[in-house]
Design a protein around this ligand. Structure first.
Ligand code: GLN
Length: 256
């Protein structure tokens, strides 16, 4: 009996050590082992845009997501469906999360849970390269373009009456830019880094004017109250890639 107790104790100790070793060995797959569906914009350089040589979506958001997923060992696929569609997919449960240069706002916190911020950006007024428009005052009597469901559209609507202009919304950034280039609209509101990057990289006949409006952090988001483990993993992974230099390398790749 005494021996039996001793053997049992030794066996238990061995099992415990083995179990601890297995846990500490390596971060395993995501607790659920599931493949997350992440929705994103489809034309929002330098955050997500199609590399026409490789036919793959690239950009700061795509790289940060890949680095975080590698660090946290979770599986995912991205659907680059456009900004408004991405938000809708998360709300309807077709996607688990969104990463799309999405500004963290109090209003959105009513329907989304956000990660920590990973990039600060505000909006800016964009006009045709040969335009005389220099400020909001010059928009009086004109029709201004904005992208549906964005902070730029919200801002445009919020000051439209005061500055005496109307607003037309477009589905995506490239269509909005073309409307301004072709003179259908006097100007558009776009995120500052995106406007600058797009104008330069695509040689667009556009320019930015005035100051940056409402600079705020971008966040990775899930539907309110769902996929909490994904937000935890994103935050943990983001902290790790900031600490190990990967985050800085990603930004540097796109000129930041
Ligand atoms: N940052 C802006 C927003 O959250 C625009 C995002 C986008 O167009 N992808 O509304």
């Amino acid at each position: 009996m005494k021996n039996f107790k001793k053997i049992t104790a030794i066996l238990l100790a061995v099992l415990l050590v083995a179990a601890l070793a297995a846990c500490g060995a390596k971060p395993g797959p995501a607790p659920s082992g599931k493949k997350y569906v992440i929705a994103s914009d489809n034309a929002f350089a330098p955050f997500e845009y199609l590399n026409t040589d490789t036919n793959e979506y690239v950009g700061i958001d795509m790289d940060i997501l890949a680095a975080v997923a590698e660090d946290q060992k979770f599986d995912y696929e991205v659907q680059n469906v456009g900004f408004d569609a991405a938000l809708n997919q998360v709300q309807s449960g077709q996607a688990d999360a969104v990463i799309a240069g999405m500004t963290i706002t109090d209003e959105r916190r009513l329907t989304f849970d956000f990660s920590d911020g990973y990039f600060d950006a505000g909006q800016i007024l964009v006009v045709a390269a040969d335009s005389d428009i220099k400020s909001l005052e010059d928009l009086r009597g004109t029709n201004v373009a904005a992208k549906i469901s964005t902070q730029g559209a919200d801002y445009a609507q919020s000051v439209a009456e005061e500055y005496g202009f109307t607003v037309t919304t477009y589905e995506d950034s490239p269509t909005m830019y073309q409307a301004v280039i072709q003179g259908t609209n006097s100007a558009c509101f776009e995120d500052d880094p995106v406007a600058r990057y797009s104008i330069q990289s695509q040689n667009l006949e556009l320019k930015v004017v005035g100051d940056v409006i409402n600079a705020k952090p971008y966040g990775f988001a899930v539907k309110l109250g769902e996929n909490a483990e994904l937000i935890s993993m994103f935050n943990a992974g983001l902290a790790n890639i900031k600490a190990n230099g990967v985050y800085d390398d990603i930004l540097a790749k796109y000129g930041y």
